[in-house]
Ligand binder design. Structure first.
Ligand code: FRU
Length: 491
């Protein structure tokens, strides 16, 4: 970290100016959570508490860089509309344990209020990093009140990559699961601590055994174990490994469905490792903590960061970067994960009836909209943000011979994040029949076949790139959507 990116939050007019610049950007969304200023990455502490949904994000206030990380706080009544609540966790030199950043974590209501677990990143005088698992509660003023001491420090068998505590409460016992990298062979794993009490008494239980995944990347970031529809869902973001269909990327985000045994700390897979999302930008997702309860239909609320570690985006020039994804609801049906846009997002539709698309010509793209497209069930190709001649854009296509869906962004004029490549491919057993597409200025999220597969990507179209071109679609409709996220200078 250099002098430009280690500046902690302070309420000064400069922040208001940075906010104005970001909020005025042509790439600013209306229904996606984006940073009030500076950089946003992982969603954190997603929980229902005292009748409200709380969601925090990793935040660097002063620019589009991964600088000194804070937590910024958002609240919602219905998961669709969000309002800003200001800075929550500020890393402090004096608190030592998080002097180099308040990294990702999770939250749980307990008898003392709302408990927050996060990784305090400490940097010593020699520049060495030491991760601490820290605890805080939510104070009266809405800011974090940090516990005097961390819950525990780094475990000696793992490198300084030990972070992102996820609280899981099972049968009256509390577990914290963290992503970690072994010192011995540099492989990525999950380590588990447990305690009878939320606020103290945490002890190391061991490494999670996941048969078949002993050597699967060099670090597992943001792990979680959820329970839904009678199954356990192991989620994590493996890094330093290449996976089929993901081009040169070494940052992935996915899950395994199986059975968790908390006594033997073994997760027995009943599926392979699948990606949550086959697009270019999706990482570090969280489910609302299980104690938050599921939605009326039994699904769990789920949201991710539409970004990747070490990535650059065109809005960096405007001193802001990052977006959270659409709120999804996830469930497991016939042993498969289903991800749908939150049902409640329908409140954002501005008209009762959608407008029909004329698929025999180019359609101008609405910048804040939801599209529903029926496909023929065979080959198709749909390009978003083409020019007036139908050329270029970002194209989703299906090849029945290969049984693969391809997302190709090489036709977009603005190129960024070059090291992540331009093509993503996903194998599918059944031809796509339908898609629901959400566009919000610079986000494109495509849900295939009622949530069987999702492709999410940031997009930064120029003035000329504004048409939708389709081959192989049968019919389409569009709804314009309204604003759902407050975008004011709230600190
Ligand atoms: C994932 C991540 C986490 C870490 C956080 C820091 O994107 O690297 O592992 O806690 O971001 O901002």
């Amino acid at each position: 970290m250099n002098e430009q990116n280690d500046r902690p939050f302070e309420a000064v007019p400069e922040l208001g100016e940075l906010h104005e610049k970001a909020a005025g950007s042509r790439y600013r969304g209306k229904y996606h959570i984006q940073p009030v200023t500076g950089l946003l990455n992982d969603p954190n502490g997603f929980v229902r508490y005292k009748g409200l949904w709380h969601l925090f994000y990793q935040w660097y206030p002063w620019g589009a860089v991964h600088g000194l990380k804070h937590w910024y706080h958002m609240v919602s009544e219905d998961l669709a509309e969000w309002r800003q609540s200001g800075v929550f966790l500020i890393p402090e030199k004096e608190y030592v344990y998080d002097n180099d950043g308040a990294f990702s974590g999770t939250a749980v209501p307990y008898d003392g209020g709302l408990g927050i677990f996060y990784t305090g990143n400490n940097r010593d005088d020699e520049g060495k990093a030491h991760p601490y698992t820290c605890f805080a509660t939510m104070g009266e003023n809405g800011r974090a009140v940090k516990a005097e001491k961390p819950l525990f420090g780094p475990h000696p068998s793992y490198t300084h990559d030990q972070r992102d505590p996820k609280i899981v409460v099972r049968d009256g016992r509390n577990y914290l699961i963290l992503g970690a990298r072994r010192r011995s062979d540099k492989t990525g794993h999950i380590i588990i601590y447990s305690s009878d009490k939320i606020t103290e008494g945490w002890s190391f239980q061991g490494e999670l055994s996941v048969p078949g995944f002993e050597d699967f990347g060099g670090m597992w970031e943001c792990p979680s174990i959820e329970h839904l529809d009678g199954k356990d869902l192991l989620m994590f973001c493996p890094q330093m490994i290449e996976l089929s269909g993901r081009g040169p990327s070494r940052n992935h985000c996915g899950y395994i469905i199986g059975k968790m045994d908390w006594d033997s700390l073994t997760f027995t897979p009943e599926s392979g490792f699948d990606l949550f999302d086959h697009g270019f930008d999706f990482y570090a997702p969280q489910c609302a903590g299980m104690d938050s309860g599921s939605l009326k239909n039994g699904a769990l609320p789920f949201i991710g960061w539409m970004g990747l570690p070490a990535a650059d985006y065109p809005t960096d020039r405007e001193d802001w970067s990052g977006s959270l994804s659409l709120m999804r609801e996830i469930s497991i049906r016939d042993g498969k994960l289903i991800q749908k846009p939150l049902e409640g997002l329908k409140v954002l539709r501005e008209e009762k009836e959608p407008e029909d698309l004329s698929l025999d010509r180019l359609n101008p793209i609405e910048p804040t909209a939801e599209y529903e497209i029926e496909l023929s069930g065979g080959e198709f190709s749909i390009s978003f943000f083409t020019d007036k001649d139908g050329l270029g854009g970002i194209t989703l296509s299906f090849d029945p011979k290969e049984q693969k869906i391809t997302l190709d962004r090489s036709g977009m004029k603005q190129k960024y994040n070059l090291h992540e490549g331009f093509i993503r491919k996903a194998k599918t057993k059944a031809a796509p029949k339908s898609m629901r597409v959400f566009i919000d200025s610079s986000t494109l999220e495509i849900f295939i076949n009622e949530g069987e597969m999702v492709f999410s990507s940031r997009v930064f179209p120029t003035d000329e790139e504004k048409y939708l071109r389709s081959i192989g679609a049968v019919s389409g409709r569009v709804w314009r959507l309204g604003r759902a996220v407050q975008d004011e200078a709230v600190f």
